[in-house]
Design a protein around this ligand. Structure first.
Ligand code: KG4
Ligand code: ZN
Length: 336
């Protein structure tokens, strides 16, 4: 079964063609990041306008790369939630138009479920059940993936998402948006023990995260050091901050897997591209005899191939929308 998939939840206009949920036949991503960089973050109004401009060409190119036409497609999957509402609406309405014109089924697909599915593209052997650490710019969840479309949230952030914490700390260090990637690169050059940052725990919720105190600590340190006119090693600061965020993620995630007796693990979302997070999850999984899966770096950040993968399983589970489908800015990953 061939699915044409569309993703416009944030600042990438993306389309892909995916066969049977696992084989990517074509995948195109038009990033708007250079424009949003000028403003230090995503400007929703600009994002919607750029999606509207790019979407037809991006979809046409994905079909072209797959050497297929709309007639060869069996269903159209689209990210309908969560994300920037105006941005989502562009993809949802385009998909509705295609569905109306072709008579092909319309499959609404949850963005975070799609991030989890990026692992199905990279690892043909991976099947639920498994525990997944989902870390993106807007969310940080520990999710029990009981089946392809049946999930349970075990832990979540109480404040900032991990990606957001990276981006805000990076911004305080003068790095361009999205700073997480640059911070990861610079952190490789520094000493992670140079600065001690708090490792906040959430009382009575051992699998929940809190990153805002950590973010404030790094911002205060930068400002205080600047005010005193003292030098600050960007490399050491990035390495120490990255280590603090990663250790929080890894320790709660490992605890959840141990407590729930789950031995198959995966990571997903933009922050799953983080080199330390990938290394530390591999190390801690190996120590415990767990099997750990991580998506190829090419599908960690937003793309439509993952939407085509999850869309396939949504279709099989009967999740098919009519033309009244709307976009939702928020929707829990365990919705039904
Ligand atoms: O999943 P994603 O592409 O978009 C959302 O759904 O939010 O995630 C984007 C986030 C940004 O915060 C970005 O800084 C972060 O992922 N990110 C990273 C790395 N690559 C992307 N954070 C840390 N280290 C990286 N290597
Ligand atoms: Zn995402």
């Amino acid at each position: 079964m061939k699915i044409l998939s569309i993703e416009t939840s944030c600042d990438e206009t993306a389309a892909a063609v995916v066969e049977d949920g696992r084989k990517v036949l074509g995948s195109v991503i038009a990033s708007q990041v250079e424009e949003h960089k000028l403003y230090g973050g995503v400007v929703p109004e600009i994002a919607s306008r750029r999606h509207a401009e790019a979407i037809s060409q991006v979809v046409a190119k994905a079909l072209d790369d797959a050497a297929l036409t709309l007639e060869d497609i069996d269903a159209i999957a689209v990210t309908h939630a969560p994300g920037l509402i105006g941005a989502l609406l562009v993809g949802v309405n385009f998909a509705k138009g295609l569905s109306l014109a072709t008579g092909k089924p319309l499959v609404p697909t949850h963005h975070l479920r799609s991030h989890i599915a990026s692992n199905y593209i990279s690892h043909k052997e991976l099947k639920p059940p498994f525990m997944c650490l989902v870390v993106s710019g807007g969310h940080s969840h520990i999710v029990m993936v009981e089946d392809y479309t049946k999930m349970k949230v075990i832990g979540r952030t109480r404040d900032d998402a991990a990606g957001e914490a990276f981006d805000k700390a990076a911004r305080a260090l003068g790095m361009p948006y999205p700073g997480g990637i640059e911070m990861d690169r610079i952190a490789e050059l520094g000493d992670p023990t140079a600065f001690k940052f708090p490792r906040p725990v959430v009382h009575d919720a051992p699998y929940d995260f809190s990153f805002s105190g950590l973010k404030t600590a790094v911002i205060n340190l930068i400002h205080n050091t600047e005010q005193r006119g003292e030098p600050l090693s960007k490399e050491d600061l990035c390495a120490s901050f990255r280590s603090a965020v990663v250790e929080l993620l890894v320790s709660n995630f490992m605890k959840a897997c141990e407590d729930f007796g789950v031995k198959t693990l995966a990571v997903a979302g933009g922050v799953s591209a983080n080199s330390l997070l990938r290394r530390r999850l591999s190390e801690e999984s190996a120590k415990r005899g767990f099997t750990f899966f991580k998506p190829d770096k090419s599908v960690c950040t937003d793309n439509a191939a993952m939407v085509g993968s999850q869309g396939y399983y949504e279709y099989l589970s009967g999740n098919i929308a009519d033309l009244s489908l709307n976009a939702c800015a928020t929707l829990p990953i365990d919705y039904r």
